[in-house]
Design a protein around this ligand. Structure first.
Ligand code: RB5
Length: 142
């Protein structure tokens, strides 16, 4: 499995910690930045990660900003990307089961690392149910 990740200055610490967490599990991570705390604009990083997922250069995307809101909006502008802002494991699970989300967004100023790890694990481990949900996801894509 390959994960593309990216963040602005508000989400960089969470992104970096989750990157280490994923790599320790043996998951390949492609990091699109940012790398420090200097103020940057989240659309750039949301777009880069979303493009990588849309082009199938990565299986899933992880994006973080201060709230998880702006970067999720940016990621969702890329065709083929369905990004969920998930701050609880049930949202992360349902976003996979029913919506086939391929990018997860979390807020570095909202979420502790343990909860973020739980959300990410559930997101990556849950399969899309397909069936009637495929029709709805296809309609979104159209
Ligand atoms: C940056 O201060 C902040 O606005 C950004 O990280 C994010 O929370 C936007 O939605």
């Amino acid at each position: 499995m390959k994960i593309a990740c990216g963040a602005d200055h508000g989400g960089v610490d969470l992104k970096d910690a989750l990157k280490v967490y994923l790599e320790k599990k043996g998951i390949e991570v492609v990091d699109f930045g940012t790398t420090g705390h200097e103020s940057v604009d989240y659309p750039e990083y949301g777009h880069k990660v979303a493009q990588a997922v849309a082009k199938k250069e990565a299986d899933y995307g992880l994006v973080c900003c201060g709230s998880g809101i702006g970067i999720s909006i940016a990621a969702n502008k890329v065709k083929g990307v369905r990004c969920v802002r998930a701050h609880d494991p049930y949202s992360a699970e349902m976003s996979r089961r029913h919506n086939n989300c391929n990018v997860i967004a979390m807020g570095g100023r909202f979420l502790g690392l343990d909860m973020a790890k739980k959300c990410l694990d559930v997101f990556l481990e849950t399969e899309f149910e397909g069936g009637r949900h495929s029709r709805r996801v296809d309609a979104i894509e159209e």
